[in-house]
Write a protein that binds this ligand. Structure first.
Ligand code: PMP
Length: 392
């Protein structure tokens, strides 16, 4: 005998899909071509290393030697000498005491936050942190306070009023949507005053900011700090795939024993570890690459603003341009694509403030002609999307 409980799961998801379609918030998975003439301002390949022969060659050689997958958890059969070498090199390059490699930046953030906090911990988080950090705070079962965006006084207040609980402040170094920077020096000062640890996601800082691309945490002089834990991804500037946590050796030892996404996840594929290692080598050999990505971003944003578009002032390789609505952002990004320029389109719920925007990423390998073409197409299509505030 069946018992009716009203709406089924499938009815519920259909209702939600209908509402998303009505609001223009349906998402599309669109496979890209292996070789295309499109101008890519949508990927996170900031240094153009994902197709660099030194990187792809290292990945191919590692796959042939070690196999296509890592075969198991890092604690069982999933660690190779490439993983150990990558951990050594990452720590060395970024100036940290130790590093631990995960299968993605997402897994690194979940693993770090779950291992460093729990019931009885107060987490004070910036409002614009990445979804993977948000999920980590939720899974940790800690008490979470979201203290505005870069609002150090609110963070300080939350720390000062937390009672006897252990505390963790969580932030991105470069916020992924707008590319703005966290006030790391002020954050670490308030953390120290209130005996809290600081967790910084440097996904968009590594390879772009700091001396030779050593990241925002290194630039802030915090790479060896005993109370700062950094997470990174290998899938943006390093052109590979994977993630890592960098920090004091006792933290890394703790993660090996307790981080669930380290223990229960299959280790990073050897080819990805080799690719990231090769990319780090390129960064050492070509320390001017990060600055080039930054210069391209600033040039791009400056020219868009000159054309009357509300582009951000970039501090890293991310440029955001606000759109009047979610629908116009989508229409705008589609019009750019139709003209061969790929841009990111960020709409609710992927934006912390419900403001839709185009997200453009600069790359070190973009030419002057590429930037000119991008600015022309984005401006022309922006006019029809209603985003240009004044005529050229
Ligand atoms: N943190 C930030 C700030 C990110 O932008 C991303 C990727 N979008 C991640 C973490 C997740 O990294 P990964 O893609 O390697 O899982």
């Amino acid at each position: 005998m069946s018992v009716s409980t009203g709406e089924s799961v499938f009815d519920w998801i259909d209702t939600r899909a209908g509402a998303r379609a009505k609001a223009g918030l349906t998402r599309t998975v669109r496979p890209r071509a292996a070789h295309s003439t499109d101008l890519d301002l949508a990927s996170n390949d900031y240094l153009g290393l994902t197709r660099d022969k030194r990187v792809t060659g290292a990945a191919a050689a590692a796959a042939l030697r070690w196999g296509a997958g890592s075969t198991g958890s890092r604690l069982v059969t999933g660690s190779t000498e490439l993983h150990t070498e990558l951990e050594y090199e990452l720590a060395n390059f970024c100036g940290a005491q130790s590093a631990l490699v995960f299968s993605s930046g997402y897994a690194a953030n979940l693993g770090a936050l779950m291992a460093l906090s729990g019931p009885g911990t107060a987490i004070v988080a910036d409002q614009h942190i990445h979804a993977s950090l948000i999920d980590g705070t939720r899974l940790s079962k800690a008490d979470v306070v979201v203290a505005g965006h870069c609002e150090v006084p609110r963070i300080t207040h939350a720390l000062a009023t937390r009672g006897k609980r252990r505390a963790l402040v969580v932030t991105d170094s470069v916020f992924s949507v707008d590319g703005d920077l966290a006030p790391l020096a002020d954050l670490v000062a308030t953390c120290r005053e209130h005996e809290a640890a600081l967790v910084v996601d440097d996904a968009h800082g590594l390879g772009v900011l700091g001396d030779g691309g050593r990241g925002a945490v290194h630039a802030a002089g915090l790479a060896k700090a005993p109370d700062v834990v950094t997470t990174v991804t290998l899938s943006k500037s390093l052109g590979a795939q994977g993630g890592a946590v960098l920090g004091p050796s006792r933290v890394i030892r703790h993660l090996i024993d307790t981080a669930r996404t380290f223990i229960f996840d299959t280790g990073l594929a050897p080819a990805s570890a080799a690719a990231a290692l090769a990319a780090l080598k390129v960064l050492r050999e070509e320390p001017g690459l990060p600055e080039r990505a930054l210069t391209v971003a600033q040039d791009l944003a400056f020219r868009l603003r000159e054309n009357g578009l509300p582009a951000s002032t970039p501090s890293a390789a991310v440029v955001s341009v606000r759109a009047p609505s979610a629908e116009s952002a989508l229409e705008w990004s589609r019009a750019c694509r139709a003209q061969g320029v790929l841009v990111g389109c960020f709409r609710p719920p992927s934006v912390p403030d419900q403001v839709s925007r185009l997200r453009l990423t600069a790359r070190a390998d973009l030419t002057e002609a590429d930037v000119e073409r991008a600015v022309r197409v984005i401006t022309e299509t922006g006019a029809s999307a209603g985003a240009v505030s004044r005529p050229r």
